[in-house]
Ligand binder design. Structure first.
Ligand SMILES: NC(=O)c1ccc[n+]([C@@H]2O[C@H](COP(=O)([O-])OP(=O)(O)OC[C@H]3O[C@@H](n4cnc5c(N)ncnc54)[C@H](O)[C@@H]3O)[C@@H](O)[C@H]2O)c1
Length: 466
């Protein structure tokens, strides 16, 4: 079948906003860890209260920071406020910061929306010398000329007219806005703010706009993408990624049972897990423990958590057993986001922390789905474009129906082992430290697995050759 869906929707694994809330929570938690100390009292500024970006204030609250999310479209702001994902809305910057400072002083988690253009918010912070801990952006910059990014100094309504009637002028305004946007962010990072690209092509479009976004020798952007700095080295390289399941009975009690099984399994693994992955285990045990209270289920009774090969396989095997015994009333469909260890070749996002040049090839995603299909997936899918734009990414996914059978047990072990370790191998060949650790561990656990380890060469020898 050929269809439009790109990422999780493409493999029938879209589970509503839960996936992005979980992913953003993990990202904000780990971004705060980069600065040291906990999240309490830390200020996170970003933009976008749209389809996916609307998860940011909710995730900020779960992670424990004070967050401000700018949104130009009043309808989008209102929707998130009514839904309870944003605690307060302000359109006056002095009033906003009076409330923000109170929350910071009290060290309580609170989410604020700024109704206005994000560039006005950043310039205000830069001018007033406000200390911001974490900064990012989730406007739709993968689609800058058709409403993904609204230029500063033009009202929301006027911008829509300009976009349709004077597209060249609109483009100029967007690029001018991006130059101002980056200039204000640069002032704040010079004072210690940690800024990261959140997979929305912010760095790429800013560079195309001529913004001051390059490092000193103009070889790379001055800021990392969240995959380069956070998700890649802390999660994907160790095999941790967005494992999901859907209870086909549609019954909340089946989801409760599956949550409980997942929590138990992760607890058992964590008891003897190596220090390198304790943080990931702990974050996801916390998440699954509180998952129900966060009320993130929309429609399908589905859940997400980050787990490695061992976690995914053991959880899946226990689900299959519970289905066989009738403790769970109907089959469960396993899947994952494509935004994972192995599923996606995307040099601007998922594979941006692979530095040996191989992230310019689209082989991993293709091998991944072919391997998954031979090892027992119920369906596989391969797509172009997911999230970062057509031509910039190839991504693949799978669905696997667990029906409680013995045969299913055999297939889930074979397929999940390939689905995760395929990407860890690739990351290890690129000499990513976490991945070398993880693939050696996978070979110790499964002696039949043989993966060539990279030969490490002293940098000085290499540099001397060229
Ligand atoms: N990191 C990830 O895991 C991840 C996941 C999903 C999406 N994304 C990326 O994030 C981006 C946003 O996705 P989305 O689904 O929320 O898109 P969206 O278009 O629904 O939301 C973007 C929002 O930004 C607002 N906006 C635009 N310009 C603004 C400005 N100058 N100031 C204030 N607000 C402004 C828009 O009004 C809109 O509501 C996309 O580029 C997408 O590819 C990343």
């Amino acid at each position: 079948m050929t269809q439009y869906g790109q990422m999780t929707a493409g493999s029938y694994m879209y589970i509503g906003p839960q996936g992005i809330v979980h992913g953003t929570t993990i990202t904000v938690l780990n971004a705060a860890r980069k600065l040291g100390g906990g999240t309490a009292g830390k200020l996170f500024i970003t933009a976008g209260l749209g389809g996916m970006s609307g998860a940011q204030p909710k995730a900020g609250d779960i992670a424990g920071v004070v967050s401000i999310t700018a949104e130009i479209n009043p309808a989008a702001t209102q929707k998130r406020f009514e839904q309870g994902w944003v605690d307060e809305v302000h359109d006056n910057l002095d009033e906003l910061f009076a409330a923000v400072n109170k929350a910071r002083d009290a060290k309580i988690a609170r989410s604020f929306a700024y109704q206005g253009n994000v560039v006005d918010l950043w310039e205000y912070c830069a001018e007033k010398g406000i200390h911001v801990d974490l900064g990012s952006d989730q406007t739709s910059l993968h689609n800058p000329w058709a409403g993904g990014y609204y230029p500063v100094g033009v009202s929301f309504e006027d911008a829509k007219i300009m976009m349709a009637e004077k597209p060249e002028l609109f483009k100029e305004k967007v690029q001018e806005s991006l130059r101002r946007h980056v200039a204000a962010v640069n002032k704040l990072t010079a004072k210690g703010m940690y800024f990261f690209d959140y997979g929305n092509a912010f760095l790429l479009e800013s560079s195309r706009a001529g913004a001051d976004i390059w490092n000193k020798d103009k070889t790379a952007f001055r800021y990392p993408s969240y995959v380069q700095d956070i998700m890649g080295p802390m999660c994907f390289d160790y095999g941790f990624g967005p494992f999901r399941w859907v209870c086909t009975s549609g019954k909340p009690e089946d989801l409760d049972k599956s949550d409980h099984i997942a929590m138990e399994v992760l607890g058992e693994i964590a008891a003897t897990a190596p220090a390198e992955i304790q943080q990931q285990m702990h974050d996801n045990i916390q998440w699954i423990r509180g998952a129900k209270e966060n009320h993130l289920v929309v429609g399908s009774q589905a859940r997400i958590l980050y787990a490695d090969c061992e976690g995914r396989t053991k959880i899946a095997a226990r689900f299959n057993e519970a289905i066989r015994k009738g403790e769970i009333s109907a089959p469960i469909v396993l899947g994952r986001d494509h935004h994972d260890v192995s599923g996606t070749d995307s040099p601007f996002r998922e594979t941006s922390n692979i530095y040996d040049g191989s992230n310019r090839c689209a082989d991993m995603a293709v091998q991944n789905v072919i391997g998954d299909s031979f090892r027992g997936a119920t369906w596989v899918s391969i797509h172009n474009g997911g999230g970062v734009g057509w031509g910039e990414v190839i991504n693949g996914g799978f669905g696997m129906v667990l029906d409680g059978s013995e045969d299913c047990d055999r297939r889930l072990h074979m397929m999940l082992h390939w689905d995760v370790n395929n990407g860890i191998s690739r990351r290890s060949w690129a000499r990513n430290e976490g991945a070398m650790f993880a693939i050696k561990r996978a070979m110790d656990i499964c002696p039949e697995l043989k993966v060539t380890m990279p030969n490490l060469v002293d940098d000085s020898i290499l540099e001397g050759l060229f």
